[in-house]
Design a protein. Structure first.
Length: 231
């Protein structure tokens, strides 16, 4: 990979860390209010638990990935022990994100038992595929003391991880939107709330799809021996 490409990636990583740190600081008051609203540490709501998980697992993804990229003290042995951490945190982040969408869809669908079984089964299949495709043929590269996790391009599979994630997000959007439109037909007085929920769902889907599409294009176009992972 050329030095120019490495420099550009370094700038992008620094920029993303700065944005993430700023976002974390400005949302600390919200996090505090969420904690205060809970009856106790052992009696947190599912929404609160998912909020904590997505917040701090996402931080772990960024910290481990960028630590490996910018570090200068890795040996081959220490890199061999470390390189699985960033992709593992990335899959865990995806698991929590999918769980949030799944719970939202289940609630919108009226918490119907058969729908719940379908969503649970689809969730399990999705995360199993993501674990496999993100970690299959994983390898590492260390240059000047850093440690980058990637895969051999001759047989790439990581891009399928993003395709699976995008498919799950799209299915959740279709199911939830379908049920919201059904409610709109039966309950006109909730039309404003329904529009807000549909809009929120679309915004969340577009944001996730934008990130996953960017990564999907990246992995499909890699021509280097080691395809560097964003997470």
């Amino acid at each position: 990979m050329s030095s120019g490409t490495l420099t550009t990636e370094g700038y992008l990583r620094v920029s993303s860390m700065a944005i993430a740190f700023y976002d974390y600081l400005i949302t600390l008051p919200l996090e505090y209010r969420v904690y205060r609203s809970q009856p106790g540490v052992l009696h947190m709501s599912l929404a609160c638990i998912l909020f904590i998980l997505i917040r701090y697992i996402s931080m772990s993804v960024m910290i481990t990935s960028n630590y490996g990229y910018f570090a200068t003290t890795f040996t081959k042995e220490s890199c061999r022990r470390f390189y699985f951490l960033p992709p593992m945190f990335k899959v865990m982040q995806s698991m929590v994100s999918h769980a949030i969408l799944g719970v939202r869809t289940f609630n919108i669908a009226g918490r119907e038992k058969r729908m719940g079984m379908f969503l649970l089964g689809y969730y399990v299949i999705t995360i199993a595929l993501e674990w496999f495709f993100d970690l299959h043929h994983r390898t590492w590269e260390t240059t000047n003391g850093n440690c980058v996790s990637g895969e051999v391009v001759a047989d790439p599979t990581t891009w399928v991880f993003y395709l699976v994630a995008m498919t799950y997000d799209f299915v959740m959007l279709v199911i939830s939107t379908f049920h919201l439109y059904r409610y709109r037909l039966y309950s006109g007085q909730f039309s404003q709330l329904i529009r807000v929920m549909i809009y929120d769902g679309l915004v969340f889907f577009v944001a996730l799809t934008g990130v996953n599409t960017a990564n999907l294009v990246l992995y499909r176009q890699q021509k280097n021996l080691i395809a560097q992972s964003t997470g």
